[in-house]
Design a protein. Structure first.
Length: 123
Protein backbone atom coordinates (compact mmCIF):
# COMPACT_ATOMS: atom_id res chain seq x y z
CA UNK A 1 0.00 0.00 0.00
CA UNK A 2 1.45 3.34 -1.04
CA UNK A 3 1.68 6.23 1.36
CA UNK A 4 -0.35 9.31 0.57
CA UNK A 5 1.69 12.06 -0.97
CA UNK A 6 1.03 15.57 0.36
CA UNK A 7 0.04 16.68 -3.15
CA UNK A 8 -2.65 13.98 -3.36
CA UNK A 9 -4.09 15.09 -0.04
CA UNK A 10 -4.22 18.72 -1.17
CA UNK A 11 -5.82 17.65 -4.46
CA UNK A 12 -8.55 15.77 -2.61
CA UNK A 13 -9.14 18.44 0.05
CA UNK A 14 -12.09 20.08 -1.78
CA UNK A 15 -13.82 16.70 -2.08
CA UNK A 16 -13.28 16.12 1.64
CA UNK A 17 -14.77 19.55 2.38
CA UNK A 18 -17.76 18.69 0.15
CA UNK A 19 -18.30 15.45 2.04
CA UNK A 20 -18.12 17.17 5.42
CA UNK A 21 -20.59 19.89 4.39
CA UNK A 22 -23.06 17.39 2.92
CA UNK A 23 -22.87 15.11 5.96
CA UNK A 24 -23.24 18.03 8.36
CA UNK A 25 -26.26 19.30 6.42
CA UNK A 26 -27.86 15.85 6.35
CA UNK A 27 -27.28 15.43 10.08
CA UNK A 28 -28.91 18.79 10.81
CA UNK A 29 -31.93 18.13 8.61
CA UNK A 30 -32.39 14.64 10.03
CA UNK A 31 -31.86 15.12 13.76
CA UNK A 32 -32.76 18.74 14.58
CA UNK A 33 -36.33 19.75 15.41
CA UNK A 34 -36.11 23.54 15.20
CA UNK A 35 -37.34 24.76 11.82
CA UNK A 36 -34.67 27.48 11.56
CA UNK A 37 -31.93 24.93 12.21
CA UNK A 38 -33.43 22.71 9.50
CA UNK A 39 -33.30 25.64 7.05
CA UNK A 40 -29.65 26.24 8.00
CA UNK A 41 -28.93 22.54 7.48
CA UNK A 42 -30.45 22.65 4.01
CA UNK A 43 -28.27 25.67 3.19
CA UNK A 44 -25.14 23.88 4.39
CA UNK A 45 -26.11 20.86 2.30
CA UNK A 46 -26.58 23.13 -0.71
CA UNK A 47 -23.16 24.72 -0.13
CA UNK A 48 -21.57 21.26 -0.15
CA UNK A 49 -23.24 20.37 -3.45
CA UNK A 50 -22.22 23.70 -5.00
CA UNK A 51 -18.63 23.21 -3.88
CA UNK A 52 -18.71 19.74 -5.41
CA UNK A 53 -19.90 21.11 -8.75
CA UNK A 54 -17.18 23.78 -8.79
CA UNK A 55 -14.56 21.20 -7.81
CA UNK A 56 -15.58 19.04 -10.77
CA UNK A 57 -15.02 21.95 -13.15
CA UNK A 58 -11.43 22.57 -12.06
CA UNK A 59 -8.63 21.54 -14.39
CA UNK A 60 -5.03 22.10 -13.36
CA UNK A 61 -3.36 24.76 -15.48
CA UNK A 62 -6.52 25.56 -17.44
CA UNK A 63 -7.90 28.93 -18.48
CA UNK A 64 -11.40 30.29 -18.13
CA UNK A 65 -13.67 29.38 -21.06
CA UNK A 66 -14.61 33.03 -21.55
CA UNK A 67 -11.04 33.84 -22.62
CA UNK A 68 -11.31 33.59 -26.41
CA UNK A 69 -7.76 34.57 -27.34
CA UNK A 70 -6.20 31.53 -25.68
CA UNK A 71 -3.41 29.81 -27.62
CA UNK A 72 -4.38 26.72 -29.61
CA UNK A 73 -4.32 23.50 -27.63
CA UNK A 74 -4.58 25.16 -24.23
CA UNK A 75 -6.94 23.33 -21.89
CA UNK A 76 -10.08 25.16 -20.77
CA UNK A 77 -11.98 24.56 -17.57
CA UNK A 78 -15.46 23.13 -17.91
CA UNK A 79 -18.15 25.86 -18.16
CA UNK A 80 -21.25 23.70 -17.56
CA UNK A 81 -20.66 23.08 -13.82
CA UNK A 82 -20.21 26.82 -13.29
CA UNK A 83 -23.54 27.52 -14.98
CA UNK A 84 -25.23 24.78 -12.95
CA UNK A 85 -23.77 26.18 -9.74
CA UNK A 86 -24.96 29.68 -10.52
CA UNK A 87 -28.43 28.32 -11.22
CA UNK A 88 -28.32 26.31 -8.00
CA UNK A 89 -27.40 29.40 -5.98
CA UNK A 90 -30.32 31.38 -7.39
CA UNK A 91 -32.79 28.54 -6.81
CA UNK A 92 -31.37 27.99 -3.31
CA UNK A 93 -31.92 31.64 -2.44
CA UNK A 94 -35.57 31.44 -3.52
CA UNK A 95 -36.12 28.18 -1.63
CA UNK A 96 -34.50 29.61 1.50
CA UNK A 97 -36.74 32.67 1.37
CA UNK A 98 -39.79 30.42 0.99
CA UNK A 99 -38.74 28.16 3.87
CA UNK A 100 -38.11 31.12 6.17
CA UNK A 101 -41.45 32.71 5.30
CA UNK A 102 -43.19 29.39 6.03
CA UNK A 103 -41.35 29.21 9.36
CA UNK A 104 -42.63 32.70 10.21
CA UNK A 105 -46.22 31.69 9.36
CA UNK A 106 -45.89 28.50 11.41
CA UNK A 107 -44.54 30.47 14.37
CA UNK A 108 -47.37 33.00 14.14
CA UNK A 109 -49.99 30.26 13.97
CA UNK A 110 -48.64 27.72 16.47
CA UNK A 111 -46.35 29.86 18.64
CA UNK A 112 -43.38 27.49 18.29
CA UNK A 113 -40.70 26.49 15.81
CA UNK A 114 -40.33 22.96 17.19
CA UNK A 115 -41.42 20.55 14.44
CA UNK A 116 -42.58 17.90 16.93
CA UNK A 117 -44.80 20.35 18.83
CA UNK A 118 -46.24 21.70 15.57
CA UNK A 119 -47.04 18.15 14.48
CA UNK A 120 -48.82 17.42 17.80
CA UNK A 121 -50.74 20.73 17.76
CA UNK A 122 -51.80 20.16 14.17
CA UNK A 123 -53.28 16.72 14.80
Amino acid sequence: MEALVAGDLVKNLPFLACSILVLLGLYTVTFKRNLIKIVIGINVLEAGVNLFLITLAYRSGSTAPIFTLAPKGEEMSLPAPHALTLTSIVIGLAVTALMLSLAIFIFRHYGTLDAEKVNRLRG
